[in-house]
Design a protein around this ligand. Structure first.
Ligand code: COS
Length: 378
């Protein structure tokens, strides 16, 4: 049983504690999902979570703020039970984050569907030539009568191939670099939308490389104002980066739980493995890393929930520390499991695959260091 004492920290209100407890109980009944067909698994997870009401924190009504503590607690809890469920939850939020923060009334109608699990969303920022360097995006959106004409490619797009809706960042050219990008809401049914490749990765989830061939979007598809796309993307990432840290925290907590059970039941040299001081040292390092990650994550979430306009530094610290630490915690758990640690069917083996991408997506660890240094140095 994962340590729940952190829920007593003053960062939380009772509604957060009750939500975490109730979601944990739901997860114990419904997860892990059957991963045999990841597309199908994600569709079912989104539908089931939507019906259960668990996707509500992934979007907000006009004028409301995200409850970042709720988002983080949800991801932490889901990740502890099933990485694919966490993925499905997270992408409903990231995918529609730009609409939640900057969308028009008509665009916000879609939030009713994504929060109910009746539509799947995707956040399409990365391109073959620009992952970390967003200001260098090359997909174009040219102004034409009544709307925009989009051309170019996006890659590593989560939910690519199964999403009903894509938020697309494209160059509209008001200025060079970061000031010339805009965000658009695109339904998957538009003419000219072509999936070039479904990408397979170490921890399978829906992922695609796609091309837009002269896709026409009406003026009403533009999110907010033209030229504001870069700052919109960064504002969304400021929120969701903390939640990536929370997912890593959930994986790390699960790895520690698995390791604790293992070292208590496994005998070595005539006594439980956990009697060895070297093993106790590992357990201490794991627990310390986990608590430090939790403090950074819930500090970032609390700061934002208390009304801070930007948590760029706090979110980058939370993501960087929690994902790097979770990688080490899980690696230690694998080590404590010996041969079973790398064997299919053991949870630590799947955690070892699940955690890796979190150090890359939504801003690689190296980018988080750049962000932190810029904030610290002013
Ligand atoms: N919130 C609001 N505005 C922000 C911001 C934030 N978090 N970060 C930057 N901005 C603003 C800046 O203030 C600047 O505004 P002005 O033009 O008015 O001065 C503008 O945006 C450009 O910022 P900056 O000069 O810092 O842009 P850079 O091109 O140097 O890029 C990094 C900065 C590398 C930090 C950015 O491109 C980044 O985060 N990259 C990683 C992207 C990522 O996460 N990719 C994964 C895709 S999603 S899976």
């Amino acid at each position: 049983m994962a340590d729940r004492s952190f829920l007593d920290w003053p960062f939380f209100e009772n509604r957060h504690r009750e939500w975490a407890q109730a979601l944990d109980e739901w997860c114990a009944v419904h997860l892990p999902a059957d991963h045999a067909d990841v597309d199908e698994a994600c569709r079912k997870l989104v539908a089931d979570m939507g019906q259960g009401g668990w996707l509500k924190p992934t979007g907000v009504e006009a004028g409301e703020s995200f409850d970042l503590r709720m988002l983080c607690l949800s991801r932490e809890t889901l990740a502890r039970h099933d990485g694919l469920a966490d993925f499905a939850f997270a992408m409903q939020g990231l995918g529609m984050g730009t609409v939640s923060l900057f969308g028009s009334e008509a665009q916000r109608e879609w939030l009713l569907k994504t929060r109910a699990g009746a539509a799947i969303s995707a956040f399409a920022l990365t391109e073959p030539g620009s992952g970390s360097d967003v200001a260098n995006s090359t997909m174009t959106a040219e102004k034409v009568a009544g709307g925009w004409r989009l051309n170019g490619e996006k890659t590593y797009i989560s939910n690519g191939g199964i999403a009903d809706l894509y938020v697309i960042f494209a160059r509209t050219g008001e200025a060079p670099g970061a000031r010339g990008l805009s965000a658009f809401l695109m339904p998957a049914t538009v003419e000219g939308f072509e999936i070039l490749e479904r990408i397979e990765v170490v921890a399978p989830h829906p992922l695609a490389h796609f091309r837009l061939n002269d896709v026409f979007l009406p003026d009403s598809a533009l999110i907010g104002t033209a030229g504001a796309g870069f700052k919109q993307a960064m504002a969304v990432l400021d929120i969701f980066r903390s939640t990536v840290g929370a997912a890593a925290l959930g994986f790390a907590r699960r790895a520690l739980d698995e390791a604790l059970a293992r070292v208590q039941e496994r005998e070595l040299f005539g006594a439980p493995l956990g009697n060895l001081q070297m093993v106790q040292g590992h357990i201490a390092d794991m627990a310390l890393g986990i608590d430090a990650s939790a403090l950074l994550i819930y500090r970032a979430a609390w700061t934002r929930d208390m009304g801070a306009p930007r948590i760029t530094r706090e979110a980058a610290m939370a993501k960087l520390h929690a994902t790097e630490t979770a990688q080490k915690v899980i690696d230690t758990a694998v080590q404590l499991f010996g041969g079973d640690g790398v064997r299919k069917g053991f949870i630590v083996e799947s955690l070892y695959r699940e955690i890796r991408a979190l150090r890359i997506y939504e801003g690689a660890s190296d980018v988080q260091k750049v962000v932190i240094a810029r904030q610290v140095m002013g």
